[in-house]
Design a protein around this ligand. Structure first.
Ligand SMILES: *Cc1c(COP(=O)(O)O)cnc(C)c1O
Length: 378
């Protein structure tokens, strides 16, 4: 098996064809020439597109390098998340979700319940979902959780869920396939938003589902055809182009995130600091057992809302924006959205690929400025 760097730069490339580009350009087509029978690899643009095919092969190689798997790309992460949940669960089924997962899971929950599906929730930390598996059709795991950065044991949860006859899906958005490979840890579905670290430039939306069982993949693929939640060829091509630098970005951003977390650990105004890569983090031991890189998101509390707002305003190298995973650092006061169980001063910080000393200096200066504007911090 090749290394992550080699796999990233070559993932999904077609065999060389003389005088053709390495990665063929985006194919813009609503329909393809289709003489005779209604079959063939490319027929109609809602079902298939050669640009998706290359990207799907690439993502499958990254999520499952040692066993064959099938990827299905979507217009967004939420399109992929809902494709798994809504294509698998039926009225009368039970689904177990994390209590502290991505905030739009609450919207999915409403939809599932409206369809007569029972939804149980439990926190990510402490593998608390284990206690809710009896009779469940599907267990949904998000680790590390967004934005709280708690970690659960995917192998343990997957084993217990399978014993209970339940399917297992893991939202792998935060880790990316270079940080963690859920299928290798026992999950049936690896699902992610490609909008974040996978593509890393903050310029497109994308989602994907990967699974090894052909019958599961077929249901997800059919769901995409039914709802038409397809990525544009340009987005798919840009995403594939971005994969070539995934290992460089993932390494650099994780390195920067650790350096920033270490600097923040020494600041009095920062509390509840979380980064799974930080040796003192409560999730570090478990994260080390299932993750190969710890991601780029650091979270922490500042004393209050005013302090957090001043801090964000004072930053010069970090944009006040939502989302995460971009090569350009972003941070936000997560409480502004409502919906997450976080304090008013809670900051979700997405660490980019800047030079760590520049970034740390900017953050320390912004903390100092926020402190003096708020009457000093003792
Ligand atoms: C952003 C995100 C999603 C949704 O992805 P979109 O591309 O915004 O639709 C799902 N899960 C997690 C963990 C996310 O961070």
């Amino acid at each position: 098996m090749t290394g992550d760097g080699t796999r990233s730069v070559r993932a999904g490339l077609p065999d060389p064809v003389a005088y053709e580009p390495t990665l063929p350009g985006p194919v813009f087509a609503a329909h393809f020439h289709l003489p005779g029978e209604a079959s063939g690899p490319y027929t109609y643009g809602r079902d298939t597109n050669p640009t998706w095919t290359h990207l799907e092969r690439a993502i499958a190689e990254l999520e499952s390098p040692d066993e064959s798997a099938e990827a299905i790309v979507f217009a967004s992460g939420m399109a992929a998340v809902s494709a798994v949940l809504l294509s698998q669960a039926r009225s009368g089924d039970t689904v177990v979700l994390p209590e502290d997962g991505y905030q739009a899971l609450a919207l999915i929950r409403e939809q599932l319940e409206a369809y007569g599906i029972e939804v149980r929730t439990a926190p990510t930390a402490g593998d608390a979902q284990l206690a809710h598996l009896a009779g469940a059709k599907l267990l949904w795991i998000e680790t590390p959780s967004n934005p709280g950065l708690d970690v659960c044991d995917v192998r343990r949860l997957a084993r217990a869920a399978h014993e209970a006859g339940s399917l297992v899906a893991v939202d792998n958005t935060l880790a990316t396939p270079l940080g963690q490979r859920p299928l290798g840890l026992g999950a049936d579905f690896a699902v992610a938003s490609g909008t974040k670290g996978l593509t890393g430039h903050g310029d497109l939306l994308l989602g994907y589902v990967v699974c090894r069982a052909p019958e599961l993949a077929a249901r997800v693929r059919k769901w995409r055809k039914v709802v038409g939640a397809i990525p544009g060829p340009m987005e798919a091509w840009l995403a594939h182009r971005s994969l070539a630098t995934l290992h460089l970005r993932a390494d650099r951003q994780a390195e920067n995130a650790l350096a920033l977390a270490q600097a923040l650990a020494g600041r009095d105004e920062v509390t509840h600091l979380r980064y799974p890569g930080l040796p003192s983090d409560p999730a570090h031991r478990l994260a080390s057992a299932q993750m190969r890189r710890f991601g780029c998101v650091v979270s922490f509390d500042l004393p209050d809302r005013a302090f957090a707002e001043r801090f964000l305003e004072a930053l010069r190298l970090v944009d006040d924006a939502t989302s995460f995973g971009s090569v350009r650092s972003t941070a936000e006061r997560r409480g502004r959205w409502g919906g997450d169980a976080v304090g008013e001063g809670f900051i979700r910080f997405s660490v980019g690929a800047e030079d760590a000393p520049d970034l740390i200096a900017d953050v320390e200066r912004a903390l100092d400025e926020a402190g003096s504007a708020c009457g000093g911090f003792r």
